[in-house]
Design a binder for this molecule. Structure first.
Ligand SMILES: Cc1cc2nc3c(=O)[nH]c(=O)nc-3n(C[C@H](O)[C@H](O)[C@H](O)COP(=O)(O)O)c2cc1C
Length: 319
């Protein structure tokens, strides 16, 4: 069995990435039920809002799931940690901040810790601090990106070369070929965001799903570079308003206001594409259908296996 599956008790080496306040128990539970690791993102939710969602996941599945806590973004950090303990959530993923001092706090209670990083230096730091799993996220990914702008293809093998913990690749994976490619680079699994949004169980607005299935290779944009807050969005009227605001010299504070979780909900859940943003990764160009989560995971595994066999057969040396 693959080391990641063994460590996290999964059937398939596929994780859902945190999805901020857009997170919904329906998708989280469906991914865990289908054999992957579903994740509930804490985003900026209040403890009461989040607890309702935790209970919602537990009502739908007995399988393990993960809680993503964006460290510097979540305003009720300590209370959220208490919720993780109270509900015995077996895995946490820590992003957007320094996870090092937090790792033992969770591990002491038997909770596995996934750390999301975007550079080799960060990966070494969390590996030395005992992270159970390291997610390396490249610049192709949806949502808040690292200012380093490292790509998944180059980042993953460099991290694999220097760490002990199993590495999971995030950013740009949408089918079995992407999964196989990342396993070939030494990753033990993949984490996806955009691909999971375009599934039957994702309770986001149809406008959002359609933007993804309609998207071509150049239909995402980077916003926030001018204020040091790099973020990849699907190209919409709202994204263009953000770009315009940057050209007009928007401050970091104003930019954060325009991209807060209320705007995220307006775009992603209410489908108001002129009023809020929708996160989307470059892999959107590859996504054309809206399968169920279980079909998606099974098809990805089958495609990865078939592609691997096809490659190996072509390389058989015939004497
Ligand atoms: C709607 C949405 C919200 C996201 N919010 C978060 C978040 O709160 N925390 C986080 O660490 N990553 C967040 N991400 C990034 C994902 O967890 C994941 O790592 C990324 O989407 C992977 O790249 P991909 O979109 O190419 O699959 C978000 C992605 C999406 C699509």
């Amino acid at each position: 069995m693959n080391i990641l599956c063994r460590k996290l008790g999964l059937e398939y080496p596929m994780l859902q990435g945190g999805m901020g306040n857009v997170s919904h128990p329906n998708l989280t539970a469906a991914i865990s039920e289908a054999g992957g690791l579903g994740t509930l993102g804490a985003g900026t939710m209040t403890p009461a809002e989040l607890e309702e969602k935790i209970i919602g996941v537990k009502e739908k599945t007995d399988k393990a799931f993960c809680m993503n806590i964006p460290i510097t973004v979540q305003p009720y950090f300590e209370e959220i940690v208490d919720l993780v303990f109270k509900h015995k959530i077996p895995v946490v993923s820590l992003s957007a901040g320094n996870p090092v001092p937090l790792i033992p706090k969770f591990q002491e209670k038997g909770i596995k810790v996934i750390c999301v990083v975007a550079s080799v230096k960060q990966a070494i730091k969390v590996d030395r601090a005992g992270a159970d799993v390291i997610v390396g996220e490249g610049y192709e990914a949806a949502g808040i990106n690292s200012n380093f702008e490292t790509t998944t293809l180059t980042l993953i093998p460099q991290i694999v070369n220097v760490v002990e913990a199993p590495v999971v690749a995030a950013g740009g994976i949408g089918d079995g070929r992407g999964l196989l490619a990342m396993l070939s680079l030494g990753a033990s699994g993949v984490q996806m965001g955009t691909r999971f949004i375009a599934t039957k169980e994702a309770l986001v607005h149809d406008n959002y799903k359609q933007l993804i299935t309609d998207a071509g290779d150049t239909d995402t944009v980077i916003v926030g570079r001018s204020v040091g807050r790099v973020r990849r969005l699907l190209n919409t009227e709202y994204a263009n308003k953000l770009i315009e605001a940057e050209l007009q010299g928007v401050t970091l504070e104003e930019f954060n206001e325009k991209t807060n979780e209320d705007c995220h909900i307006a775009g992603a859940i209410e489908g108001k594409l002129a009023k809020g943003h929708v996160n989307g990764g470059q892999v959107a160009g590859l996504i054309e259908d809206i399968p169920s989560v279980s079909d998606l995971l099974e098809d990805m595994m089958k495609q990865a296996t078939a592609q691997n066999e096809a490659i190996m057969n072509n390389f058989v040396v015939r004497k």
